[in-house]
Write a protein that binds this ligand. Structure first.
Ligand code: ARG
Length: 457
């Protein structure tokens, strides 16, 4: 089949060379965006009287036919036609005849592919945003059910202070909120039209870039035609925002994996989100969480990959840039899949409140309470820390916990201790009292959940 750009050539590349250069196997993902871009372009050509009305109308109807077929999955693409742009153009010509060849007036594949990518990422960003909100809703529901469920809070993966399980869950809510802010903020740069930049220098035709931009719902046009065709910052930004999002999901996955282990038993994942072992009948594995943790790696890889592709490129378009596609498609698929799975995993997970609460009693995570108790009675905190440190050491030597000590033993350490010390050591009281803004105190946690609800409604 002859190439749409074949005029200057006296012989064709061999099939395997064509195949190496072709992107149709993956950029067919952009079929609807490409048609959308072409519809706006031809409408602009008509309005600017660059094409006669009847030609433009014929092209439009041809494009609409292709759109219908694309939606039904009825288009079959050819490797010889290289990419989505040339495939669609040749289909248009088969559909309506040589007049189809007028569509490309005042346009290049360079501004065309950039336009497609902007449209694509605008759609995907909107989908990602709503999936993050759905996950946040699942987190809010778990949080609402577990404001007064206690769990050990950790630093260095060592028990530190007891906290509300809802507070722990809500920490992820706020990370996701920042992810949403980043994706939303990036829309400002995604929603800019490169269409009309031509190959690199603009065009001699009296095009109306603002009009095609408006038809495509873009908020602005690129100011510089070279920048318009060679900018992939907005793709990098999506990859970078996705990397941070995946990092959050990966950290949460890690906790879910720990929590569902025999050692912790803090939660149980629903059967629908777990798998068994082919050899060990007792096993229930948190595969989905592990996979999300694992897939985070490929998203980072896609970011690093594209940064590397772009770093040495002179202006303007270079074929290297075709390499942006597989990484971004893979990232979109990974992020969307991970968010959907996560939402299901969180909303169905069973929280073993008793196990968690028991854990908050059998440890020294109430040691800070003792130090605070002494400090509240006037002892300098540094001194109180020392006193309590010694008490902990003596407990470790005796094989008991702080609440097991007698009042005399406490008084021996400091005469500021009184009977009410046992209440202070109770983890429930310890959590309740941490009522500073953003703390784990139940009132604070309820407030945070309320704020969260406002943000995702
Ligand atoms: N398939 C190409 C890409 O994805 C489209 C742009 C090609 N332009 C060109 N002048 N070869 O980047």
């Amino acid at each position: 089949m002859s190439k749409l750009w074949g005029g200057r050539f006296t012989k064709s590349a061999e099939e395997w060379v064509d195949e190496f250069g072709a992107s149709i196997s993956f950029d067919q993902e952009l079929v609807l965006e490409d048609i959308q871009g072409s519809l706006a372009h031809v409408a602009m050509l008509k309005k600017s009287s660059i094409l006669p009305e009847e030609d433009a109308d014929l092209i439009t109807s041809g494009l609409l036919t292709l759109q219908e077929k694309a939606k039904k999955g009825e288009l079959s693409f050819k490797v010889e036609m290289e990419d989505i742009h040339l495939n669609l153009e040749s289909m248009l010509i088969s559909e309506i005849g040589p007049v189809g060849g007028k569509l490309h007036t005042g346009r290049s594949r360079n501004d065309q592919v950039a336009t497609d990518m902007h449209l694509y990422l605008r759609n995907q960003t909107e989908d990602v945003l709503s999936l993050i909100s759905a996950l946040q809703t699942a987190l809010l529901e778990q949080a609402e059910n577990h404001v007064e469920t206690l769990i050990p809070g950790y630093t260095h993966l060592q028990r530190a202070q007891p906290i509300s399980f809802a507070h722990h869950v809500m920490a992820y809510f706020w990370m996701l909120q920042r992810d949403k802010e980043r994706f939303t903020e990036s829309l400002k740069r995604i929603n800019v039209s490169p269409l009309g930049a031509g190959a690199l220098a603009g065009t001699t035709f009296p095009i109306d870039r603002a009009y095609s931009a408006e038809l495509l719902g873009f908020d602005a046009i690129y100011e510089n035609s070279l920048d318009a065709v060679s900018d992939r910052d907005f793709v990098l930004e999506f990859l970078s925002n996705s990397s941070t999002l995946m990092m959050h999901l990966s950290r949460f996955s890690e906790e879910i994996i720990l929590w569902s282990s025999q050692e912790f038993q803090f939660i149980e994942l629903d059967d629908a989100f777990s798998t068994g072992s082919s050899i060990m009948p007792q096993k229930k594995n948190p595969d989905m969480a592990e996979l999300i943790r694992g897939k985070t790696g490929r998203v980072y890889g896609n970011l690093t990959g594209l940064l590397t592709v772009l770093k040495g490129l002179p202006l303007a378009y270079n074929k290297d840039m075709q390499e942006d596609k597989e990484g971004i498609f893979d990232t979109v698929k990974t992020v969307i899949g991970s968010l959907k799975i996560f939402e299901g995993m969180i909303s169905t997970m069973k929280v073993n409140s008793e196990v968690m609460e028991k854990a908050t009693k059998n440890d020294f995570s109430n040691a800070t309470e003792l130090a605070d108790y002494l400090a509240a009675k006037g002892m300098p905190f540094r001194e109180a820390h020392e006193v309590v440190g010694k008490l902990v050491l003596s407990c470790v030597n005796q094989g008991c916990y702080l609440a097991d000590l007698t009042l005399e033993q406490f008084k021996e350490a400091s005469d500021l201790f009184n009977e009410d010390i046992y209440q202070a050591l109770n983890p429930y009281e310890a959590v309740k009292r941490r009522n500073s803004a953003g703390g784990t105190g139940f009132e604070q946690v309820k407030l945070a959940i309320q704020k969260g609800r406002e943000l995702v409604k």
